[in-house]
Design a protein around this ligand. Structure first.
Ligand SMILES: [Zn+2]
Ligand SMILES: [Zn+2]
Ligand SMILES: [Zn+2]
Length: 1022
């Protein structure tokens, strides 16, 4: 029990049955008794939980009433006020201040207790407290047994006479007692007024009436006084019963319920302390629910634990026994505003006005009354703006499930609602606020236009430094084409929560001039202009807002606007989700920016901003656009499934693009264009339907340590005068080329790991001239590096290995420089130079390749200087097909078919080459009479004298080795074709005649020449 008391508040009183009360009181009494003096008792009252207080008081009253006749006059006062003139009398002693105010109120009350020394009732009241428990329990136990002779009673009466000379009334009480419900409650007992008769009613509990010798004072008047009460006739009759039988308690419960359902709050509270039965019935949910709904219109009890905190709680979620009663207790200070004010007799405190302004001024006159206004159902149209410069709380009240929609504040000639200085803790909630153009203006658009140009009207304006209102669960809209639905300016800092700003014909929320504020869980949608504007050093905090379906931008920060946007969902806006312009610098973190009709985030005109950990996807244009000298930070975002690219930087854009995961976009993951120069680091750019990084139109950029893989087109494209620095990237597993320089693509490709592409690792085309250094280019399913169509490039210190075709191809008038590269373990030749290829090869090491270390063919003419070509599985250098070369100081050694093989008619320039330790497998095979096919099979092309057989009618394409001519074609008519790269078709079994030098006939269905390198499609130009 004790614990219950500690926790619970007034409801204890409300719910408690007398038996409980008595127990409780008994329980309390030790505590109280410990405090001997009355002052100690007062202290106790002040510090005990409200419930305790109340119990104490009530029990006191009971005690006093029952104790002795001497107390009667005293207790008659309070009792009369309790039941009697509910509307006129000051208040109920049992009404409690809201819990959060308990301590304060009690402290405030205590002076009034002690000051009201003149009231005899007060004396008895307090003096009774200590023993009240015991006596009360007996007095009010359902059994009705009275223990009037309890010794404690004597004590009561003795104490009852103790005067408290310090008592004084609170000023507010004297002014208007109804305004100070809880406070008057404390002093109610003092009111000695006409009321004792009414108390009668209360006293008529079992056993009590008998003890209660009220007749001598008021007995004659009893009847008349009873009439003044709201009691039903039956009750009066019962009271009138001369023999003072327990008639009232014999009334059927239904009847009592009916009676109680007409009583005002104060009387109900009073009744609850009459008897066990009264207590139960007067505390019943239905009685309080009816009172509550009747008063506030709400259908759910509203929890209002402290200033500016409101929450509708279903009954089951209340810890207290009677949520309706508890809610009423928390709300009863409020005044009401409705279009047609009504009378409500069920709350003593009830005040109703037809205009918010009137309610405001009423509240301002009473500094002690909680400033709470219930704005009831209907469309309220103030003439001028509702100016809020106090901490008033205004909350919509309706019996609708959707309160906000039912309560409307509408402005037409001026801003509907203005918060200004002084509204630091104002509250405004559950109300629709809208602005519609004045009907006159609407009929005459020109006037409307002029008016709008001169003035900006808002639905809600929050202005000035100390304007920090709570605005919750409001639906805000505006139907004028100029201004905004919400304007926050001049350092104001409102707290918007669970609001909607929808369907405005202009901007949704406009925040400017150093304003800040919190905006949480708001929905901002379908507005004609931007959902949110942030400008001029405004710095709002948006969290978990949804900003969508705008006909313009979702969030527009410009002209030094800032802001912090966290976990917002920004989608389906007609222009980009977030636009940053004119040195604006917002922080956007963990937001979703998606399904925009253009881009996701658009940063331009020297815009900045930090965009971190966002998910940016499914936008119609690029996920992020950076242009016109803008320099944002884009970090750790997921940028994916855009209908165009991931990040698009153009117009001399800059920016730091770091640690993002960019994938599945229809165009390039990152596109750098028109002299833009961003830093792109540590990103993953993969599985795009186009290239990974696309640098063009003189794009630059520092592109470092990215992982670029699995893209449909090139991993990195560099073109049209661009020159990025590409360093330490891992570029792999692309479905075409790794890095692609074409059409004047330049730049530096340094220390990258480029591997496992379906096409070449690197391609250089048409006038491109990159520097490619210290890369590893390997594992390609085509060549390592392909230079063609007039490509240039300087390749230095690279390692090029394990590619399916040539390590380096130089074709079609290309002229690269290769220096100090290691080109090895190729499954084809080391360096292949075809089709008028040129170039300079210096100091390279070319080794362990399956075909020629360097193959120079078809009118090519490179210069080879100081290269080491060795351990080849074919020849070191082969020159054929009208090509030539300048060979200086090269070392060719340990190659299988010989160091330098030059076809008939080829005369390279040679100077100081060292050719040694080559295996000369071909010469040896010829000496031993083997067919050369035994040596080469059809995988390589040993250079030697090849013949054709006229008898067998072989074509020029077929070649027959020397030994086969001697054996297989002995006696045939044969001729020497030339010294060149062939394998023996006789040995390969492609001729009709069976080769005598082979045991197994060979299939001729094989590739006889190096495959043509595959060049990349340019793909879709962006
Ligand atoms: Zn042969
Ligand atoms: Zn033949
Ligand atoms: Zn043969």
């Amino acid at each position: 029990m004790a614990e219950e008391e500690e926790v619970s508040s007034d409801d204890v009183l409300m719910e408690s049955r007398p038996s409980l009360v008595s127990t409780r009181a008994a329980h309390l009494s030790p505590k109280l008794q410990r405090r001997g003096s009355s002052s100690a008792r007062k202290f106790a009252i002040r510090n005990l939980p409200p419930s305790t207080q109340r119990v104490t008081r009530r029990s006191t009253r009971r005690g006093s009433s029952t104790a002795s006749t001497s107390c009667v006059p005293a207790f008659e006062g309070p009792t009369s006020s309790l039941v009697g003139q509910e509307m006129s009398s000051s208040s109920s002693p049992f009404f409690h201040p809201p819990p959060q105010q308990v301590m304060d109120d009690t402290t405030q009350q205590s002076p009034s207790y002690s000051q009201n020394s003149n009231s005899p009732s007060q004396h008895t009241f307090e003096s009774m407290e200590p023993a009240a428990g015991g006596s009360t329990s007996m007095r009010y136990s359902p059994s009705g047994s009275s223990e009037a002779d309890n010794p404690t009673l004597g004590l009561f009466s003795a104490q009852a006479s103790y005067p408290y000379s310090l008592r004084k009334r609170r000023p507010c009480l004297t002014k208007d007692e109804d305004l100070c419900f809880p406070i008057t409650a404390a002093t109610a007992d003092e009111t000695p007024q006409p009321t004792m008769k009414k108390f009668k009613l209360e006293c008529l509990s079992p056993g009590e009436a008998r003890d209660f010798s009220i007749e001598d004072e008021s007995g004659t008047n009893l009847e008349a006084k009873m009439e003044t009460t709201e009691c039903e006739p039956e009750e009066e009759e019962a009271v009138e019963e001369e023999d003072q039988q327990d008639h009232i308690n014999r009334l059927p419960e239904e009847l009592l319920l009916k009676v109680f359902s007409f009583l005002p709050d104060k009387s109900l509270l009073a009744c609850s302390s009459v008897s066990y039965r009264f207590n139960q019935i007067s505390n019943s949910h239905e009685v309080w629910k009816e009172l509550y709904c009747n008063l506030y219109d709400y259908r759910i009890p509203l929890f209002h634990p402290s200033h500016a905190k409101f929450e509708f709680r279903e009954q089951s979620r209340w810890r207290d026994g009677n949520p309706w009663k508890e809610s009423h207790r928390q709300l009863h200070h409020g005044v009401h505003v409705m279009k047609e004010p009504r009378v409500n007799l069920r709350s003593v405190n009830y005040r109703c006005f037809d205009q918010i302004e009137k309610a405001q001024s009423f509240l301002e006159e009473d500094e002690y009354r909680e400033k709470l206004i219930f704005l009831h159902t209907g469309v309220h149209e103030p003439i001028d703006t509702i100016l809020i410069n106090t901490d008033v709380q205004i909350i919509g009240a309706s019996d609708s499930r959707d309160i906000t929609s039912s309560v409307v504040l509408e402005g037409s000639k001026n801003t509907a609602l203005t918060f200004t200085d002084g509204s630091a803790n104002a509250y405004f909630g559950f109300i629709t606020v809208r602005f519609r153009a004045d009907p006159v203006c609407r009929q005459q658009p020109q006037i409307a236009q002029q008016a709008q140009q001169m003035n900006h009207f808002y639905s809600i304006l929050v202005t000035d430094k100390d304007a920090m209102p709570y605005i919750e669960r409001c639906d805000i809209t505006s139907k004028v084409g100029n201004g905004a639905a919400v304007c926050v300016k001049k350092s104001a800092a409102p707290k918007f929560k669970y609001c909607t700003v929808l369907d405005c014909e202009n901007v949704g929320i406009y925040i400017t001039d150093n304003a800040t504020g919190h905006y949480e869980h708001c929905e901002i949608a379908r507005n004609t202009l931007a959902g949110v504007w942030v400008k001029n050093h405004a710095n709002p905090y948006f969290r978990k807002c949804t900003i969508h379906s705008g006909k313009d931008v979702g969030v527009f920060t410009f002209e030094h606007g800032q802001g912090y946007f966290e976990k917002c969902n920004i989608h389906s806006n007609r222009i980009s989700g977030i636009e940053v312009k004119n040195s604006a610098n917002p922080v956007v973190i963990r937001c979703e920016v998606h399904h925009g009709y253009t881009g996701g985030i658009y940063v331009h005109e020297r815009g900045r901003g930090q965009f971190m950990e966002n998910r940016i996807y499914a936008n119609a244009y690029a996920g992020i656009w950076i242009t016109s000298h803008s320099d944002p930070t884009i970090r750790k975002n997921e940028i994916f499934t855009g209908q165009q690219g991931g990040v698009y930087i153009f117009g001399e854009g800059r920016g730091l693009i770091e640690q993002n995961n960019i994938y599945g976009n229809a165009l390039a993951g990152i596109q750098i264009r028109s002299q833009s120069d961003p830093i792109v680091r540590l990103n993953k750019i993969h599985d795009g339907l186009h290239g990974g990084i696309y640098v063009h139109e003189k794009g630059r950029g520092l592109i470092e340590e990215n992982e670029v893989y699995g893209n449909t087109l090139a991993g990195i494209w560099v073109t049209t005068g661009s020159s990025p620095i590409l360093r330490k990237n891992r570029i792999h597993s692309g479905k075409q080329v790794g890095v692609y320089f074409y059409d004047q693509g330049h730049g530096l490709l340094e220390e990258n790991d480029i591997f496992n592409h379906l096409y070449s690792g690197v391609q250089i085309r048409t006038g491109s001239n990159p520097k490619i250094t210290r890369n590893k280019i390997w594992g390609g399913q085509n060549g390592g590096v392909l230079v063609y169509n007039g490509g240039k490039g300087c390749l230095e210190d690279n390692e090029i290995f394990d590619n399916a075709m040539a390590g380096v191809w130089i074709k079609t008038d290309s002229e690269p420089t290769l220096r100090r590269n290691k080109i090895y373990d190729g499954r084809d030749g080391g360096v292949c130079i075809f089709n008028r290829g040129k170039g300079l090869l210096e100091d390279n090491e070319i080794f362990r390749n399956a075909q020629a270390g360097v193959l120079i063919s078809t009118e090519s003419n490179p210069t080879l200087r100081r290269n080491r070509v060795f351990d080849g599985k074919s020849a070191g250098i082969e020159i054929t097909n009208g090509a030539t070369a300048t060979l200086e100081e090269n070392q060719l050694f340990r190659n299988k078919y010989g160091g330098l093989c030059v076809a008939t008619g080829v005369t390279p320039v040679q100077r100081g080459n060292r050719i040694y330790d080559n295996h000369d497998t071909i010469s040896r095979a010829i000496k031993t009479g083997l067919c050369l096919f035994k040596v080469s099979s059809n995988n390589s092309f040993p250079m030697h004298n090849f013949y054709r057989c006229t008898t067998c009618n072989t074509t020029e394409r077929n070649a027959i080795c020397t030994n086969c001519i001697r054996t297989c074609h002995r006696g045939h008519s044969v001729e020497l074709v030339r010294f060149d790269r062939f394998f023996c078709d006789c040995g390969a079994g492609t001729l009709e005649r069976h080769c005598h030098l082979q045991n197994v006939p060979r299939d001729n269905d094989t590739v006889y020449d190096s495959a043509t390198p595959i060049s990349t499609e340019t793909g879709t130009e962006i």
